[in-house]
Design a binder for this molecule. Structure first.
Ligand code: SF4
Ligand code: SF4
Length: 343
């Protein structure tokens, strides 16, 4: 670990220096909308607080709409044009610990060793990560109940932590992070007091109200759990809990004719909470009701993912709790599952 200090007034100068080498992406609130991840333009100030919920960063690796290829057949000649994006050095600036961890969960699906998704792989290939360590948890956060957010931060290249009114303390964990410290000559030596306030924030972040042992939860999640029917009874099926979850990966593939006669194949974000998601061509739907769909979503996060990849599919970001229109609370569901079956 290598610590430096950055005056808050020097943040835009540092970002400008980083932009000479990277496409720097941060969460920005445009016109009062919830902050969303996009390339930072000169003068943009990324959101670096945990007061507002932020759109998930997965849009940067799994766009909601993504062309896969176009197919064209003219006068007996066939042509397929791939839409795999070019690799580009990208710096994700200000990832909250949960969002930083979400990339590890997505990697387990899209780069699992047996199959590698070339579209996802191209976007991940040259990614550098800078975490922003939250000074406090929002009411819906439960990262430290499902894992260790400080370890998630340390898996990034660099982290910034608020060291008081005037400065950030900037900590490098990798060689790439060390190089970022040098950009623009903006940093000064870290003081002991700043390191102490950084440590206090990190310790606070790691402290969980309630700890859910991922393996114990995986063992307790049961197919016949009564809680699935309870959630389904009030769920409206809006799909927000999965659509904006940073680790949810459902998509649909469609073909459409473009002007000029070429056919574009593209994928669009989808949700396992939508009734047609598993409907098959012959009409059968193996998950016909909200009970089956809810069971799938939560079992996938808390049982199938830990069993198959050894990590929790939920990073405790709290978006599904914050945004559910009927106040379904994932924390209470896990607690209920654990209470019913014990640890
Ligand atoms: S299930 Fe909810 S809390 Fe967990 S990662 Fe998804 S949106 Fe966040
Ligand atoms: S956000 Fe709430 S209401 Fe909407 S699908 Fe999820 S559990 Fe159901």
């Amino acid at each position: 670990m290598n610590d430096r200090m950055l005056a808050k007034s020097d943040l835009s100068r540092w970002l400008a220096a980083l932009a000479a080498e990277f496409r720097v992406v941060g969460a920005v609130s445009d016109g009062g909308a919830p902050p969303a991840w996009r390339k930072l333009e000169p003068g943009d100030t990324p959101v670096l607080d945990n007061l507002r919920w932020v759109m998930p960063p997965k849009e940067q690796v799994l766009p909601g709409y993504e062309p896969l290829f176009t197919y064209c057949a003219r006068k007996g000649e066939e042509e397929i044009t791939s839409a795999v994006p070019a690799e580009e050095p990208t710096l994700m600036f200000g990832l909250r610990p949960c969002d930083a961890r979400s990339f590890a969960v997505l990697d387990a699906t899209y780069l699992d060793g047996r199959f590698s998704d070339p579209y996802y792989a191209a976007r991940r290939a040259q990614m550098t990560t800078v975490a922003y360590v939250c000074e406090s948890k929002r009411w819906s956060c439960f990262c430290s109940s499902v894992g260790d957010p400080v370890e998630w931060v340390k898996a990034c290249d660099l982290a910034i932590t608020d060291a008081g009114e005037d400065a950030w303390i900037v900590t490098a964990f990798t060689g790439k992070g060390e190089k970022l410290l040098e950009a623009g000559g903006c940093m000064s030596a870290a003081t002991e007091a700043a390191c102490a306030s950084r440590d206090a924030i990190w310790e606070d972040l790691a402290r969980a109200n309630e700890h859910f042992d991922a393996q114990a939860v995986a063992r307790a999640v049961d197919w016949e759990e009564p809680v699935w029917a309870e959630i389904a009874g009030r769920c409206t099926g809006c799909g927000i809990c999965s659509y904006l979850c940073p680790t949810c990966t459902c998509f649909d593939i469609q073909d459409e004719e473009c002007p000029g006669g070429a056919i574009e194949r593209y994928r669009v974000r989808d949700s396992c909470q939508f009734c047609d998601f598993t409907k098959m061509g012959h009409g059968h739907n193996p998950r016909p009701g909200k009970k089956e769909r809810t069971r799938q979503r939560l079992s996938h996060k808390f049982k199938y993912w830990p069993e198959r990849s050894g990590i929790s599919g939920c990073v405790g970001c709290g978006r599904c709790i914050h945004l559910c229109p009927v106040n379904t609370d994932t924390r209470k569901i896990i607690a209920e599952v654990m209470g019913v079956h014990g640890q």
